[in-house]
Every structure is written in structure tokens, then in C-alpha cells.
Design a protein around this ligand. Structure first.
Ligand code: FAD
Length: 534
């Protein structure tokens, strides 16, 4: 191991020297100086999960996509000297399992690209408004900028301090996904630097294989340097409602109703599960209402479980339509089969609604509870097995000590594009609503002392593994933000034809397996040995 580590450092060093010394076969542009290649900093080896800490050999802070292209071309053309060098784009580093890290490789910090946001209203070409935005830009910055002209993206994640390139490499899902599809389904065009260093523009009509590969492609095929994101008119406020349940079946039935028959009446739907009083109370960090107004949820034993559907109705400036929205929201509440005495309503600005997890972050940071290990688990579970999955979950986690949000909400696979690289479970199209898929987010915070290799973190990781194994094997579930380390697991994750397609795309766009080594799907050693065997 030590040998490999040393050798790899020498490889990176050689590459860096070649990048900066003018020589025969590698062009050394004057605008690509040593100052842009920094020594490895700890931030490039840490992520939100705080479970993996892989130190790169160097960090690149590019000022333009051209510099990224140059680096990747150099890795390719200097292959005999740099045959172990890997490169990972790092967005906001909000991965859980080291996906944006590159042990002994080069990390490209995408936030150093100029934060370029260009808004185009009512484009005739697309029949909608759109924003051109750099791959390293945070979604919250795109929101701020587009709201200035009354526009906003329509598909979101719950948390906005994530980068455009980071979420588009995964999917990007939230309570709007049932209606507008994931973020990857709301992209018109991309600029991508492939693993070979080619800077290409792609869309459904141009270089389409690259376009589809990169969306949900786990950073395997190229680095997104610009994305063209669909915008819509932003609502000026949001009616935000929470209704509560003490029966799982009623909770899921109502959610399914909301995203199918009542789709036109709501703009956002998510479901939360409260396993204990603490998780209930902490869910009020952003919701502008007092939890004491929910007397029915107090004084119960610690283990009583409550479910909550959160839905939102957007209000636009036109008065008439807002009156309709107010009655619409009441009508939705009336039609749902929730605990009648427990309804909470709030009216907030669109920005505050979308930034709700940002507000929770502030509270958690003030308590020192943000920078802790996060052994998170995210799954897509078909609706036909969601009740069995809930039982499996409760068998494997302790409701009394669980800390963090537990999300369960449905999305509609018909709003996804199967050409993209994201993997969804196959849904049964037989019975009513059997074509829906649930997003399950088991977003657990571990105590700060639960660092890697301690029994307490090992225990949580073991529980997660058991849940994943059973849910994927028996309940047709798939991991979202997948984390596997063995080839066989990846093959099962993608399924036979999906895996063949993923491999073929890798061979086309990153044949040397340079990109995103932290995903642990392909390794450079493997690419080298294939080449030597030819
Ligand atoms: P990073 O962690 O930096 O990178 C993730 C992967 O993408 C890595 O493999 C990296 O190499 C690659 N990558 C990064 N930038 C680029 C680029 N420009 N081009 C190509 N590849 C790139 N996800 C949801 O879908 N919905 C949610 O509601 C949601 N909420 C979250 C809330 C919190 C508090 C956190 C921490 C995460 C949440 N996530 C959610 C998960 C999040 O979308 C992913 O972890 C995402 O990858 C994070 O983006 P990032 O910019 O931090 O990416």
C-alpha cells in the first residue's frame, strides 16, 4: 500500500512538473500557472459525511474550463508518466462517502470558476426562460440572481448550498420532483470537459450521448462547466401546510393521492416521519409555527411515531388566482384523511421556503451539531413495497435514539428520462399507484465522538448495509447517491443492460478511468491493465 501511495505521489508530481515546464510534447500555456495548483488542503479531503478523509496529492483551482481541459489532456497525453493520476471535481463537498475525493490524485475545486449567471427571459428557441450558469455555482446563488427578475428554477433539492454540477451528477430531487421531474430533467444544455479533456457542448440534439451520460452520471464521464437550466415565473409567496398522521397507510395513501389525482392542486409534496419527540421538535427549526400548538403530539411516550405530509401551494401576484389558491389549499386539507385537530399553516416568501434547510443549518451550527458524522442512507423504493420497507427500517434502527430527518415521499418515474444515467427501480404498472416510487432519506446525524472505526459508527454503518442489502435484494429498491465499493454491487445496481451502457459510456468518454475515483466504480489500474493486454 505504501508503495502505491508513494508511486502515485510521484506520478502527480511528474504531471505537475510537466504542466509547468515547457517541453516538446506538452504545451504549457502561459495562463496556467503554478499558483492555480495548490498543495493539498484538508478541505479537499473532507465531506459532509465526515466518514472518509482521502488526501489528494494536489488541488487545482481553475479560472476557466480551458484549464480543466488542459489538465485532463495532459493526464491523457502524459499517460506513461502519470498512469495512476486520477482527477475529481469537487462541488460543495456535500457527499457522504468521499465521492468528491481523490486519494493521491488531483481535486478540482469548482467554486474557483467565475460565478457566471446569465438569465434569458422567454427564449423563443426553447419556449421558456433559462439561466446559463457555471458548474461550480451554488443553487442558492442561482435562486438569488433569478429572483431579481421574477424567475426561478422549478426543480429543487431541499438544501441549496449544493453546486449545479454536483446535483446534476446525481439527480437532484425534492418535493417538486413529482411535478417537474428531477433537476436532471430540467436542463437544456451543458458544457462538459470529458475525461479525455475535450470541451464539448451537449444537449438532447447535440452530442446527445454525452448529455444523457453526464446527467446522473456520478461524475464518471466529464466535468460540467456550464449548465442551461429551465426557469419559470417565481411565485411571490408560498402557502406551506403540514398535516399529521398516526397511521402509515393513511399517510402514504394521501401522499399518492396528492401526486396523482391532486397533482394540479399542489406545487410541492414531501413526507416526514417523526420517530421521537426530539425529531419532531427539531423539524420546527424552519417552519414558522410553534410546536406547542400541536397538543396531540405532546405527552405521548417517546416511541410513538407520527407521520407528516408537508405540501405547498404557490401564489403569484395576480389577486384572483390567489383567492383560488387559498380555497385550493383548504380544499386539499379537507380531502386528506389526516388527524383533524392537527393542521399547521404558514405563509412565507419563496426564498424562505426554498431555503428552509439553510435555516436549520444555522440552528444546528449554533449548537455544534452540523459538522458531525452523517451516515446517511438514500433509497428509491417502489410504492408496492414501501410498507414492508418501513417495517424493515424500524427493525434496524432504534426509534428512541434516532436523530435527524427521516423523509418518505413519492415521485413519478414518468417525469424521468431513462436515457440518463440515474438508476430508478422498476415500478409495477399493474395496480393503481403501483407505478410510483418513494424517495426515502434516512438522514441520521451521529454524535461527534462517532468517528470512523469507533463501535458506534460501525454499528450504524452495519445497520445501513443490512437495510440496503435487504431492500435492494427483496424489495426492488435502488440506492440514490449510491455508495458501493465492489464491481458486483455496481453491476447489480445498474442492472445488466444499464451496466453495459454505463461501461460503454465510460469507455467512450473517460477510457483511462481518470474521473471521480471517489465513487469507487472504475479504477485506473484496471484501465492500464486492459491497455497492456491489448
Ligand atoms: P460534491 O459532493 O462536491 O460532488 C458529488 C459528486 O459529483 C462527486 O463524484 C464529484 O466528483 C461530482 N461532481 C461535482 N461537481 C461536478 C461537476 N461540475 N461536474 C461533474 N461532476 C461533478 N440531494 C438531493 O437530490 N435532494 C436533496 O434534497 C438533497 N439534500 C441534501 C441536503 C444536505 C444537507 C446535503 C449535505 C446533501 C443533500 N443532497 C440532496 C445530496 C446532494 O445532492 C449530493 O450530495 C450532491 O452531490 C452534493 O453536491 P455537491 O456540489 O456538494 O457535490
Amino acid at each position: 500500500m505504501e508503495f502505491a501511495f508513494l508511486l502515485n505521489h510521484i506520478n502527480v508530481l511528474l504531471l505537475l512538473v510537466m504542466l509547468c515546464v515547457p517541453c516538446g510534447f506538452i504545451q504549457c500555456p502561459t495562463d496556467f500557472g503554478v499558483s492555480n495548483i495548490l498543495q493539498a488542503t484538508p478541505s479537499a479531503s473532507v465531506d459532509f459525511g465526515r466518514m472518509y478523509f482521502n488526501l489528494p496529492a494536489a488541488v487545482l483551482r481553475p479560472k476557466s474550463p480551458r484549464e480543466i481541459s488542459f489538465l485532463l489532456k495532459s493526464v491523457r497525453s502524459s499517460s506513461p508518466f502519470s498512469n495512476r493520476v486520477t482527477v475529481a471535481a469537487r462541488g460543495a463537498g456535500h457527499s457522504i462517502n468521499g465521492q468528491a475525493q481523490a486519494l493521491d490524485g488531483i481535486v478540482i475545486e469548482m467554486d474557483s470558476l467565475p460565478d457566471h449567471i446569465e438569465i434569458h427571459s422567454n427564449s423563443e428557441e426553447y419556449g421558456c426562460s433559462y439561466a446559463d450558469v457555471s458548474g461550480g455555482t451554488l443553487w442558492i446563488d442561482l435562486l438569488r440572481e433569478s429572483l431579481k427578475v421574477g424567475l426561478a428554477p422549478r426543480s429543487w433539492t431541499d438544501y441549496l448550498y449544493l453546486t449545479i454540477g454536483g446535483t446534476l451528477s446525481n439527480g437532484g430531487i425534492s418535493g417538486q420532483t413529482f411535478k417537474h421531474g428531477p433537476q436532471v430533467a430540467n436542463v437544456l444544455q451543458l458544457d462538459v470537459v470529458t475525461g479525455q479533456g475535450e470541451l464539448l457542448t451537449c444537449s438532447k440534439a447535440q452530442n446527445s450521448e454525452l448529455f444523457y451520460a453526464v446527467l446522473g452520471g456520478l461524475g464518471q464521464f466529464g466535468i460540467i462547466t456550464r449548465a442551461r437550466i429551465v426557469l419559470e415565473e417565481a411565485p411571490h409567496k408560498v402557502k406551506w401546510v403540514r398535516v399529521f398522521y398516526d397511521e402509515f397507510e393513511k399517510f402514504t395513501r394521501d401522499q399518492e393521492l396528492l401526486v396523482t389525482a391532486m397533482e394540479g392542486m399542489v406545487d410541492y409534496v414531501e413526507g416526514l416521519t417523526f420517530l421521537n419527540q426530539h425529531s419532531l421538535l427539531s423539524s420546527f427549526a424552519a417552519f414558522p409555527s410553534d410546536p406547542d400548538l400541536l397538543p396531540g403530539l405532546h405527552g405521548e411516550s417517546n416511541t410513538s411515531i407520527y407521520y407528516c405530509i408537508e405540501f405547498a401551494v404557490h401564489c403569484h401576484h395576480k389577486k384572483a388566482s390567489n383567492v383560488q389558491k387559498a380555497t385550493m389549499e383548504e380544499e386539499v386539507v379537507r380531502r386528506l384523511n389526516h388527524i383533524r385537530s392537527l393542521v399547521q399553516r404558514a405563509e412565507v416568501s419563496y426564498f424562505d421556503f426554498l431555503n428552509r434547510v439553510g435555516m436549520e443549518e444555522e440552528k444546528l451550527r449554533s449548537k455544534g451539531a452540523w459538522d458531525v458524522p452523517h451516515p446517511w442512507l438514500n433509497l428509491f423504493v417502489p410504492s408496492f413495497s414501501i410498507t414492508t420497507f418501513k417495517d424493515l427500517l424500524l427493525q434496524n434502527i432504534s426509534p428512541t435514539t434516532f436523530e435527524g430527518p427521516l423523509l418518505i415521499y413519492p415521485i413519478r418515474p414518468d417525469k424521468w428520462d431513462a436515457n440518463m444515467s440515474v438508476v430508478l427501480p422498476r415500478a409495477h404498472a399493474g395496480k393503481r399507484n403501483d407505478s410510483l416510487i418513494y424517495v426515502v432519506g434516512v438522514l441520521r446525524s451521529a454524535p461527534p465522538e462517532c468517528v470512523p472505526e469507533t463501535p458506534c459508527l460501525n454499528r450504524i454503518e452495519q445497520q445501513n448495509r443490512r437495510i440496503v442489502e435487504t431492500a435492494t435484494r427483496w424489495l426492488s429498491a435502488k440506492q440514490y447517491l449510491p455508495a458501493y465499493s465492489r464491481r458486483r454491487q455496481w453491476e447489480e445496481h445498474f442492472g445488466e443492460s444499464g451496466w453495459l451502457r454505463f461501461q460503454a459510456r465510460k469507455a467512450q468518454f473517460d477510457p483511462l478511468n481518470v474521473l471521480a475515483p471517489g465513487q469507487r466504480i472504475f479504477s485506473r489500474w484496471e484501465a492500464d491493465s486492459k491497455k497492456n493486454n491489448r
